[in-house]
Design a protein around this ligand. Structure first.
Ligand code: VGL
Ligand code: ZN
Length: 212
């Protein structure tokens, strides 16, 4: 049986540092997205994951900005920045995929947030909109026409990945599977949904994909 449309699932940052068993940057309910993500993976031909992968001296950490506390705002790399608690430091437990996530189904991993001088929420480019990760070309080479996003967090990395997908792959349909994502904060999560709809991102639920 051949499918007419190549669909890809992008699993964003399902890492210990964003799940509440680790004291880094826990996303409320973050663990709940894992079983749904695992079931969804089996339905997709193209299966990619991203990994937030910061060096210990990353400029997005409040701890590396004297006088700044976590969740205060400032600037990094010439663009607005929220200063975060230390999270997802390269080669630490916080940066590893959560053990319940079925990572053996993943075909390619794109790491981001490596440059200490600029943050990277999107899986496509850093927060200046430059310095591509290579994901765009990867998806184009495979002829992907439909992109679905899940993971953490809806109001940051999932949102900016979806907006970049609209910007960089205008011919591709882009959907976020809402029950397989969670926001850091409920209010910014709701704001993100409005922005995403306005940009032409579809907001769907997993039962549309898992039933039938
Ligand atoms: C993220 C804040 C900082 C995310 C990553 O994965 O949404 N949020 N780094
Ligand atoms: Zn980060």
């Amino acid at each position: 049986m051949s499918r007419q449309v190549v669909s890809a699932l992008i699993v964003v940052d399902i890492q210990n540092g964003f799940i509440s068993n680790v004291d880094e940057l826990p996303v409320p309910g973050g663990h709940e997205v894992i079983p749904i993500t695992n079931r969804l993976l089996e339905r997709f031909a193209v299966r990619v994951a991203s990994q937030d992968w910061h060096p210990p001296d990353h400029g997005s950490f409040a701890s590396n900005n004297p006088g700044r506390k976590p969740f205060e705002t400032g600037e990094l790399g010439g663009v607005p920045q929220i200063f975060w608690p230390d999270h997802c430091v390269q080669n630490t437990h916080g940066a590893e995929f959560h053990p319940d996530f079925n990572q053996h189904l993943i075909q390619a991993i794109f790491r981001k947030g490596i440059d200490p001088l600029v943050d990277s929420y999107s899986t496509f480019t850093d927060n200046t909109g430059k310095n591509p990760t290579g994901l765009k070309g990867y998806l184009e080479n495979l002829g992907v026409r439909e992109l679905y996003l899940v993971g953490l967090a809806l109001d940051y990395c999932v949102k900016f990945s979806a907006l970049d997908a609209r910007r960089l792959l205008p011919e591709v349909s882009v959907s976020i599977i809402l029950d397989a994502t969670r926001p850091v904060d409920v209010a910014t999560g709701e704001e993100a949904k409005r922005e995403l709809l306005a940009a032409g991102v579809r907001l769907v639920t997993s039962d549309e994909l898992l039933l039938g």
